[in-house]
Design a binder for this molecule. Sequence first.
Ligand code: ADP
Ligand code: MG
Length: 421
Amino acid sequence: IPEDTQQEIDELMASFPGLTDQYRLVGKIGEGTFSTVYKAVDLLHDKYENSAWSMIFQDNLLPRASWDGRDALCAAEDGAEYMPRPVSVYSDQPSSSTLHDLNCHSRRYSSEMRIVAVKKIYVTSSPKRIANEIAILRDLGGSSKIVSLITAMRHQDQVVLVMPYFKHDDFRTFYQDSSIYEIRKYCQSLFQALEHTHAQGIMHRDVKPSNFLYNVRRRHGVLVDFGLAEREDDQEALRLSRTRPPLNLDLEGASRRFRSFDSKGRPGVLQRDPRPSLRANRAGTRGFRAPEVLLKLPRQSVAIDIWSAGVILLCFFTKRFPFFRSTDDTEALLEIAVLFGKFNMEKAAAEMGRTFFTNVPTVKEKDISFERLTKAYNPDRWSEIPQEGFDFLRRCLCLDPKKRITAEEALRHPFLTFSNG
Ligand code: ADP
Ligand code: MG
């Protein structure tokens, strides 16, 4: 472990007594905007397993089992891929097959050490936000495609979330050499995670490679980081817009960029739009925000995640990551406009009750096809991409969120329903 990481770990351990009792931090895995994630060994994991055994043999599988033990067992069971599911431990009558199952499992698995990911949320995060992340993770539990929450702990103003550690590969190491088959597998896994999330009416809001941990060898991925996730029917912007007078769109910077020239092209006077600016949730990562987010629609839907997933697919196809690189929303809209053309942008904006206007010369009237775009960026291997791949990409990167493919439909699309042969 690098010295500064060790120091950081020591400080965290020293300031968080409850943590040290259970976990030994062994390294740093990631550092995001809102947290630092450490790799740790679950020191009590074996004890959980022992408690299961003592309940079976000494307490004779009775519901007498202490609530402590029961909670511990559930917690341990939650995240571990290699733990038995001792559901019938709590039934009054043990069946011999349950005992047999447990026996097999524990022989196979008990020697393994459980590795966890400990996510230390920065103290600058609001309690509401942290509570939201925990609540959403709980609601989404039970899918192998979504990271599960083992436990959450708080000491004073410090909160940590403990999740099973998922061994994954950095997107940068594989997006350029992935075969079409591997890209399909990745997308299948990602869209299964999205389907599960969206079925509960939850928008992830920050779909991007570093929040979808993918193991190339196992061809398995898990969606993590629900720190920005939101329920469709519980949108802050919506609640605000219901209590405020109607608001107008103020594209930040647009006034400067587009109105600072008069009709003869002479620089004019800078004027700020006097109308109150629109409130909408713009959470997410630049380059992955859907048009409706950039256009500040107050009512957003799970379709915003499909757009982001489409951007990931575009990175695979063009072998360019990140694909969109602008730093502000106006430029991001322009980048999208360069691909889709003025006509499509105006039409989509109008569908959403917005006006799109630009006089930037790189934005042409018509769109650039994804085939052409991919050929330009990836001249060597673009021809390997099948037609259904481009069709799938078009359906994900559809400007109008209402017409965009859903996760459920995506899983039935030919690009994802290929035979494994
Ligand atoms: P942030 O809100 O800071 O972005 P994330 O939950 O996205 O936090 O975690 C940041 C990084 O930590 C991830 O990109 C990933 O590399 C790593 N990470 C997070 N959870 C796990 C996990 N369960 N297993 C392995 N690595 C993880
Ligand atoms: Mg993240």
